[in-house]
Design a protein around this ligand. Structure first.
Ligand code: DX5
Ligand code: ZN
Length: 222
């Protein structure tokens, strides 16, 4: 069983103190930093670009997990790799040439992820199950943090894990959206091994450190 990983999403961090927020993630032994890139076209919201990735790279040693919620992501892969992305995830819904896009990400020295919206059938990623390093199952419709977990996505994680196991693949399954102390165990049981959380970490009433600790305890629970 691979190590279960926690990836705080800086979408809910306090951007006036981003360096401090990242330092807390690092000292609390979070595993990856998740960076949500939105273009106002693939999703309604606009967030950050390579500039922020580069700023994070300067202040943290944690791997940067860049989630591109943008149209035609192939136009920007090089810029994100150059800015310091370790993993780049693109959406299957935005990539008619997904096989080529995965190869492109690998050629830039990054691991490659393929994300799926809640409304996209698991069959959409079938052809590249053996090619990507990570599959990201969205458990909310992408665009904003703080949304309600969509429980029908648990079965989809199970289905992806079943298909990866059949292929003897060690690819990771990341879940993203509405992940908190209640929903994390359900996704863990279904076969996810990377857990993204924005609100449950950075907006935790007891602070970022406490938010991380609570989720880490759920990762360790058997
Ligand atoms: C949603 C983003 C998520 C988001 C998660 O479009 O991809 O990474 O930040 O936020 P929470 O954990 O608050 O649902
Ligand atoms: Zn995300």
């Amino acid at each position: 069983m691979p190590k279960l990983l926690l990836a705080p999403s800086i979408l809910s961090a306090d951007f006036t103190r981003l360096g401090e927020e990242l330092a807390v993630c690092e000292s609390s032994n979070a595993d990856w930093i998740h960076i949500d890139v939105m273009d106002g076209r693939f999703v309604p919201n606009i967030t950050m670009g390579p500039f922020i990735v580069e700023a994070c790279k300067r202040v943290t040693k944690l791997p940067l997990d860049v989630h591109l919620m943008i149209e035609k992501p192939e136009r920007h892969l090089k810029a994100f790799a150059k800015a310091g992305a370790d993993n780049i995830t693109v959406h299957i819904e935005a990539c008619p040439h997904i096989h080529r896009t995965i190869q492109h990400i690998h050629s830039l020295g990054c691991t490659a992820g393929v994300a799926l919206n809640p409304g996209t059938p698991v069959g959409a990623i079938e052809a590249v199950l053996g090619d990507a390093d990570l599959f990201l199952m969205m458990s909310v419709n992408p665009g904003y943090s703080g949304q309600k977990f969509i429980s029908s996505t648990v079965a989809k994680v199970k289905e992806i894990r079943k298909r990866l196991t059949a292929l003897k693949s060690s690819a990771r399954i990341e879940v993203d959206g509405g992940i908190d102390a209640e929903t994390l165990p359900k996704m863990k049981k279904a076969g996810a091994d990377v857990f993204v959380a924005a609100t449950a970490v950075f907006k935790h009433p007891k602070g970022t450190k406490a938010g991380i600790k609570i989720l880490q305890a759920k990762l360790r629970d058997t």
